[in-house]
Design a protein. Structure first.
Length: 83
């Protein structure tokens, strides 16, 4: 079955027009998790924190069947200036 993986960075949505053939739903979830990690790597240097990212999985009919979210934030626990 072909699944489509749309990415969302705040209000910016990028629709997947090609999709990926996956043998089952577990494979689709794995692909979505990899896509979310790639998205975080791409947007983290420039995003305003906290940053909410999502991958929305659609099936062949175009219906959204699952959303995987990640919220990225930064908490500075210690700050040291070296001379």
């Amino acid at each position: 079955m072909r699944y489509f993986f749309d990415s969302r960075d705040g209000e910016t949505v990028v629709r997947d027009r090609n999709g990926i053939e996956c043998r089952d739903f577990d494979c689709a979830k794995h692909e979505a998790a990899k896509g979310l990690a790639d998205l975080a790597s791409d947007v983290l240097p420039a995003c305003t924190l906290p940053c909410k990212l999502s991958i929305e999985i659609r099936d062949e009919s175009g219906s959204c069947i699952v959303v995987i979210d990640a919220i990225i934030d930064l908490h500075v626990l210690a700050f040291r200036i070296s001379n």
